[in-house]
Design a protein around this ligand. Sequence first.
Ligand code: MN
Length: 316
Amino acid sequence: MDRSESILAEEDHDVTDALNQTTSENVADISQLLRIAPAEPHRPERIVGERRKYRTIWISDVHLGTKGCNAELLIDFLDHTDSETLYLVGDIIDGWRLKKRFFWPPEHNDIVWRVLKRAKRGTRIVYIPGNHDEMVRPFSGMNFGGVEIQRAAFHDTADGRRLMVLHGDEFDTVMLAHRWLAFIGDAAYHLMMKVNGWVSAVRTMFGLPYWSISKAAKHKVKNAVEFISKYEEVVARAAAERGVDGVVCGHIHTAEFRRFTHAGREVEYWNDGDWVEGCNALVEHQDGTMEILHWPDEIARRTLENAAEPLRTEAA
Ligand SMILES: [Mn+2]
């Protein structure tokens, strides 16, 4: 068994149980709701110059409670940005994995702590649970420590567009038709990653080049591309039917902006990506312009700028 992962508590941690005994009266904030207690951050906030101020930030598919979560980069993102409103567009906490085994490194606490800190500083926080944190869905309409829980939301941009905000599993037909399949899919994926580790260890032992089982599985990449494209179309059509100007969602871990026309109506499709592979955020600038940020690129640019800074000062 892999001991390198920092498991804070190994006792049976059933998030669902905790939630069943919960009302907004006996819970002060969302961390108590999920029985995670971020008293102080493990890693203090790094205030590096001025934070980038946006009107709105959307993030989703963080998958706290799994090894896949790129907490490192998300902490960096949260320490360098700020916004009037922050939408957490689902799959923030991975209850499916947490139910199986409690994995909660201090960095995951640090993310919850930072989100709550933002609420205290006056950021409006709207949490729209996804399918992996569906145990939070029954609390829609409640407010825990400045975090509003909603099933879906409408967002009005500074330039007057109305956007529908939802996680997006609602439009995943495979999930909708065979919910059990999604659970098996999740388990199978984690098993595959584990097997991948064993296989590559054995291959290394025998001096064979690296071979990825997950890559082999992605052999059907054409199907994946078709699925994503179809999904985007279905979501955009639903938005057009609701009479909004656009939709913001997550769920498929693929950041994207596309424009669709449905029954003569133009509709924008925005996907804010994920913090497992892509590490993306969707932001709205003060004038209503929207942008998908790829955080690893932003860090790379910042590093370059910082390196160039002394040169520029000397030249001046
Ligand atoms: Mn999802």
